[in-house]
Design a protein around this ligand. Sequence first.
Ligand code: NAI
Length: 722
Amino acid sequence: MKRTGSPTFHVDPDGVGWIIFSDPDRSLNVLTEAVMLRFGETVDEARAAAREGRAKVVVIQSGKPDSFIAGADVEAIASVEDPGEAETKIRLGQGIYNEVGTLAVPTVAAIHGLCVGGGVEVALACDYRVVSDAKGTTLNLPEVQLGILPAWGGTTRLPRLIGLQAALDMLLTGRRVDARKAKRIGLASRVFPAELFEQKTREFALAIASDPTLGTPKKRKLLTRALDDTGIGRRIVLRAARKKVMATTGGHYPAPLRILDVLAENLGRTVEESLAAEARAAAELVVSPVCKNLVHVFQMREAARKRRLDEGDDPPRAVAVLGVLGAGVMGGGIGQLAAYNDVRVYMKDIRHDAVSGGLQHARSLFDSAVRRRKMSRREADQHMEKIAGGIDFHGLSAADVVVEAIVEKVGVKQAVLRETEGYVRDDCVLATNTSSLSVSEVAEALERPDRFCGMHFFNPVHRMPLVEVIRGARTSDDTIATVYGLALRLGKVPVVVGDGPGFLVNRILGPYLNEAGFLLGDGATIAEIDRVAKEFGMPMGPLRLIDEVGIDISRHAGASLHAALGSRLAPSPVLLALGGTGRLGRKGGSGFYTYENGREKGIDETIYAALGSVLPPPREIAAAEIRDRLIIAMINEAARVLEDGIVAAAEDVDLAMIMGTGFPPFRGGLLRFADTLHPRGLLDSVRALRDACGDRYTPAPVIERLAAADQGFYEAFPRAVA
Ligand code: NAI
């Protein structure tokens, strides 16, 4: 292990001891093994200084401009395999934090900027926490999102400091808490203005050095205490929390349940007993497959965020002004998203009423954020001021990028984009939000096809994290880098994909949704099909998803995949017959389910009669068969996506499916799940389905090859190292 110089310890002339985290090798302070070792040494130095009377107070702070500590080393979490080893390491960390807590002088954590996981636990080990009011100052314990629990004292100390209910909120969600909330829930002892943070921190430290009672937190409210601090109150709180966890996770995620167990057992125990139990639970969780999968998802996401596509000299162009063609469902959403992220927007449509509709759509999204207290009215108004709209092209002249979201017709898109080229700067990048047309074909009409690519958002734009960035035959690297950077700037997860039918996500979803139709046609019920998919972990069943997307749009997408990819995508008779029922899905109030004001009200049993001619009487199909048919349909298509070079790495498929469809993160991704079936087993399953269901399950050549070579997808399709 390489030794590190961070953190450092010194005592200033006023008798304030400073432990300063400032890792010279990283942009953020991460609690690697080396840093923890060094931290232990600085605490020893601080202890000596306190004993000798040189330091009368110790402040822990960061030397980084905008962050405190970004948490534990995720690489280490990913690699630990042995629970015994994990427990020993956790106990070592706890030992250091305990040392902080037992220094003979008051201790203060001074938090400005990001404070995550192990960083929050450092702060909890201190006697006081002072927090800057900067917008970027947030505290959170994201361990649960990685399938573990905060085990350097977080699970033990947080409820003891802020009470059970507030602690559960942080521990079970990983949600960020800003300075104001930190103060309100008693996590922060003081909040200081960011510009005076250093000075105020020093004054506070000196003040408590002479009178440690100054920082005592306010008492919690009586009712809060009745629930937090009594046996019966705690049982009520924990039972309600468990019910909520089960409802939101379907029991697929062990960490939140384990957190509840540990809290239930530990609140009556001593801190030392509680720490031991916390370490044991975390050590069990950290070696579990769910933890490894969640860490894998985290790492894929981080890699996508940090990926630099511009290996050349030109950095991707920063986008200050975005043009949007078409102010409909998607255009309005894209405009709102850009304005929300402080990009100026000009939305162009052909009709005034469509422009006002797009603006209205954006406004209603901001209004809803205000109602949910995500932003103030003033902030919403400021964002809204960033969006302008109109019917002429001149508003596009300042645009760095223009995203087109007009009707899905190749000729119209070509004509409008070609005309747009005449109004924008020469270096402006154009992108299409098409979901089914060929980007290369659209580009054929353009003067500058190198400055054109696909930028495929998903509906609803503000909620779906994925953006597929589509490389057309003539798209330049700079264009891809610019649009990739824009997607990141808009807070999305971009995945670069090749130009093929349905790109990546819709292509893989196609056979899955279609199979749900075949299953219905074989006598399975709507309830059973959707239940099995949800039990697997999908956020909703395939039939509910067809309703959500719109039955008309699903059928159209299915037909274009069929036309492009051939008979294995031939629509199921049920989905074809559905077209004749006039149902549109959620937007029309009825589909497989009924809806009132957009809210689902249960399965529409009348659909069985409506589809009568193509449906046999219901018969029981084993849940395992339903699951195999649905999931293997996706895996088989994903193998073809790799074969066709739509993406090069298995993890691109996985990241896109998780971010674009909600494929269950606890499984680590579609192909990571496929790899657990083992290459030979997977091939056998696909073949068995072909024998039972027909040629649509003909194994993809890649699956045959992997079985022969006994290789998994991740092994055969690794990410190329740049
Ligand atoms: P929409 O029908 O809601 O909006 C299209 C808008 O484009 C309308 O306001 C229309 O007036 C305007 N428009 C038509 N011709 C125009 C022109 N020549 N110049 C400027 N504006 C023009 O359609 P939606 O759903 O927003 O779809 C737009 C694009 O996004 C399509 O290519 C669609 O395939 C794609 N897409 C749609 C998704 C969805 O779920 N709705 C998801 C992903 C992509």
